[in-house]
Design a binder for this molecule. Structure first.
Ligand SMILES: [Zn+2]
Length: 404
């Protein structure tokens, strides 16, 4: 537990790792490769519930600079349409700046001290971490055992970085590993109900909930096809190919991030701000989505690679994950710059119904959404009168509607 950590001495990570941390911070401050763009929703079925949970959600978006590309007059402003990753984590930025200037610096705030200690402890073991994360197992190659990779991410990266480190893994997984296969250690987290949303609208289970503050969505294929962007540094870091079958995963994570942000607003109303991250992770990439239901602002990052070219874990990705999983402590919300842009996601506008708006604003819940979905033929006009009763995203029985 956090209270057990000896705060008198923060770990000494040595000059080389401090330099690595400094370069990573610089990248999150100034590199267009590690930034956010604003999204506008162009088509969504958020007023419906899908029989496939979040994986069936439709949420098509356009990036602000894509919209301006259609408007020649504004095209010259497109370079201003990306925002440094670190800008929305100003508290995290300040802590790191002070630490990098003075290694004897210890934050006064208890939670900030613990957060910094967590990051430094993980960096101390980053070489071992690279070996553990890249340890190949047959079941990972074939994706037969979904929980193996989820457990490894939670056990070795996400929970060790998080001040609120208790985590829950989706208990609807077919196989539930309670040891991590790479190190044979028992996991400290539990399997449990990670469902979020409302039965009448978008809902489904997240793969991992960390401290009930951060949602993680695990995908076993690369979320973005980045084969070109790795080779060609001039291509946009945000590029997603048309026809990429994994674009659907992106819509799923966006739907999850919007629902999760409304949930956080409801269950943690004391947060200073409500720009809430949801993290999409594959075996190679990490994607960050943040939604602020107060300002209707939706941000997307490009993919961050977990591994560097030689197989080491990326300092930049670790730093970005540390900021995101500790957002209640390190995050500062949307900047004045973003607010002044007045570019909203228009999430509620697409609902076109005050009753459905009220569901998102007042009736998003955590848990107890894995059972039978309420029958409403309006939701499934193409389903020919047949109906699937499902639990945890898996169809259990198929029945005629008059049976239900
Ligand atoms: Zn392990």
């Amino acid at each position: 537990m956090a209270e057990d950590i000896n705060l008198a001495a923060l770990p000494d990570i040595g000059l080389e790792k401090r330099d690595g941390l400094k370069s990573a911070l610089e990248a999150l401050k100034s590199s267009p490769r590690f930034c956010f763009c604003l999204l506008k929703i162009t088509n969504s079925d958020a007023h419906l519930c899908s029989r496939y949970g979040f994986s069936g959600a439709t949420c098509e978006t356009k990036k602000s600079f894509e919209m301006e590309d259609e408007d020649a007059e504004k095209k010259s402003n497109s370079s201003k349409e990306i925002y440094p990753f670190i800008d929305i984590f100003q508290n995290g930025h300040n802590i790191l700046k002070k630490y990098l200037n003075d290694q004897s610096y210890i934050p006064n705030n208890h939670s900030e001290k613990i957060a910094l200690e967590k990051l430094l402890s993980l960096l101390l073991e980053i070489e071992d971490l690279g070996e553990k994360m890249s340890y190949e197992m047959p079941e990972l190659k074939t994706c037969k055992n979904k929980s193996s990779w989820t457990v490894r991410l939670a056990h070795h990266i996400l929970s060790p970085l998080a001040v609120y480190q208790q985590y829950v893994i989706d208990d609807t997984y077919e196989s539930k590993c309670d040891i991590c296969h790479c190190c044979k250690e028992h996991i400290s987290g539990d399997y449990g109900d990670t469902s979020i949303g409302n039965k009448n609208v978008w809902h489904g289970s997240l793969d991992i909930l960390i401290g009930r503050r951060v949602g993680i969505s695990i995908h076993h294929e690369e979320i973005f096809d980045d084969s070109d962007s790795k080779e060609n540094s001039t291509s946009s870091p945000f590029e997603v190919k048309d026809g990429d079958s994994l674009v659907g995963d992106r819509q799923q994570i966006i739907a999850e991030s919007i629902v999760f942000a409304f949930l956080q607003k409801k269950i943690n109303p004391d947060l200073k701000q409500f720009l809430i991250p949801t993290i999409g992770m594959s075996k190679t990439d990490v994607l960050f989505y943040l939604y602020d239901p107060d300002h209707d602002v939706l941000l997307e990052s490009p993919p961050f690679f977990i591994f560097e070219s030689k197989g080491e874990i990326s300092y930049i990705t670790i730093l970005a994950l540390w900021l995101a999983v500790n957002h209640p402590i390190l995050g500062t919300g949307i900047t004045t710059h973003i607010k002044d842009r007045s570019f909203t996601a228009d999430f509620l506008k697409h609902l076109e119904n005050k009753k459905v708006e009220a569901i998102y604003e007042n009736e998003i819940q955590l848990g107890q959404l894995n059972g039978e979905i309420r029958y409403d033929p309006y939701h499934f006009p193409d389903y020919g009168g047949r109906w699937i009763v499902k639990k945890g995203g898996k169809p259990l029985i198929e029945a005629d509607e008059d049976v239900l």
